[in-house]
Design a protein around this ligand. Structure first.
Ligand code: ZN
Length: 178
């Protein structure tokens, strides 16, 4: 039967067509690229955290300036490499950028980006231990809101020690309440 073999041929063609088209039907199914990106992002966060901890140790006097500068430079270098890897991984696999030649050199930008990210993290962390309402309400009031001279955390007027770093606040208080 000619019609029978034609139907069988069509069915085979459809199966082959589906098999060939399968990768194109699910273009977002790329677990390898995704996890690499996630790993890089996690690594970036970890490095920024380390830089921040290093800065904190230096500010609280636990770390000598030379050691701090050396370790910080190394960490910033690593973070820069990770950021560039994230940029590369983000633009490489799925969509091809039209004008790669126009892209400016990224070295300076990533350095600034890292410092900005560290500054953001520091700001977030320094706001955590303070009472948000009191800190926001009083900052311009005749100097009643005080800040720890050691780490800059806002302190309550009644506090004798900084809640953040434990600095003795009574040593540096000029106005004493009887
Ligand atoms: Zn403090």
């Amino acid at each position: 039967m000619a019609i029978g073999s034609i139907l069988v041929g069509l069915a085979l063609l459809m199966l082959v067509g589906i098999f060939i088209a399968r990768p194109f039907l699910r273009p977002q199914d790329r677990p390898a690229a995704l996890t690499e990106q996630e790993l890089l992002l996690a690594e970036k966060e970890a490095l920024l955290d380390q830089i921040q901890a290093l800065d904190f140790d230096h500010e609280t006097g636990k770390l000598p300036t030379e050691v701090h500068a050396l370790q910080r430079e190394r960490l910033v270098e690593q973070a820069t490499a990770v950021l560039q890897a994230i940029d590369a991984a983000g633009s490489a696999p799925t969509h091809i950028p039209d004008k790669v030649e126009d892209a400016p050199p990224v070295d300076v930008d990533t350095d600034i980006e890292i410092e900005a990210a560290i500054a953001r993290l520091r700001q977030q962390r320094s706001q955590e231990p303070a009472a948000p309402a009191a800190a926001a309400a009083a900052p311009l009031n005749n100097g009643h809101t005080r800040f720890c001279p050691q780490c800059g955390t806002p302190t309550d007027p009644g506090d004798r020690f900084c809640a953040h770093c434990g600095h003795n606040l009574t040593l540096t208080t000029s106005t004493k309440t009887a």
